[in-house]
Design a protein around this ligand. Sequence first.
Ligand code: PYC
Length: 303
Amino acid sequence: MTPKLIQIIDSHTGGEPTRVVLGSIASDELETYRRAIICEPRGHEVIVGALLGKPVDMSCITSVIFFNNVGRLGMCGHGMIGVVTTLRHMKLIEPGEYRVETPVGIVTTELHEDGRVSVQNVRSYRKAKAVQAGGVTGDVAYGGNWFFLVADHGLELTRANIPQLTQASLAMRDAVRAAGFPEVDHVELFAPPHDPANHSRNFVLCPGGEYDRSPCGTGTSAKLACLAADEKLAAGEVWRQESIIGSVFDGSYENSDGGIIPTITGHAFITAETQLILDPNDPFQFGIGTTTEITAKHRDFQR
Ligand code: PYC
């Protein structure tokens, strides 16, 4: 039997990797190949995949389904910046505006002359304010994915603390789900920025138990929705969100029907261009199975 070949281009946005899959598989085959593309031995659990396809709405340049080690994502801000940067690398686009179809709606992207990319995200909003769960108080908000946003966690947002931040965020996620918000799959912790040029620093727990190296585009969208609802940031004002590794996204918003339309700007860099080989004789051709409790919980939630 001949090996299956999957063309990919890798990039990172603020340190968070994106693996764009170029048409070697169809969307209904994604579940078969998802772990082969993301997980060991070819990848690792931090990667977010982006499967490009033919859009239904022909005003869009492409459709994209984002996916990770445990399933699919609604939207992905750092991933969308990676997708646009990849299309530019492939010489398919030049600086300008491009619409992209995602499972949660169409987003408008802008590739700038200097290589930065802005993503005008789907409508974002705060669902619940000051929810008490797991000994902390936070807001539940939507930014293309669902977030529990917490400031009163009492933890230091430093790289040295990442294991502790991960454990605490997993417990908060369990608690907020049990408190009546089963849709929450990301937790976002906030603290003052390390760089005074920024407004805030965050730590973001992703669905598979990994942390986002970037400031998280959908998480920053959810944060902007909360700031707007609290009248702490005016429409059009720029919010500079710093990640746990110090990378930064600029965010701003316009009002929309009780919620906001956020725009997130960041920069991605291409790191590799290659093809994956799935050898039918390789016992791990579909990736090393992940049987952790986190994965099982996420699968239950997805059902
Ligand atoms: O940038 O929206 C984002 C994101 C979601 C999960 C990882 N990154």
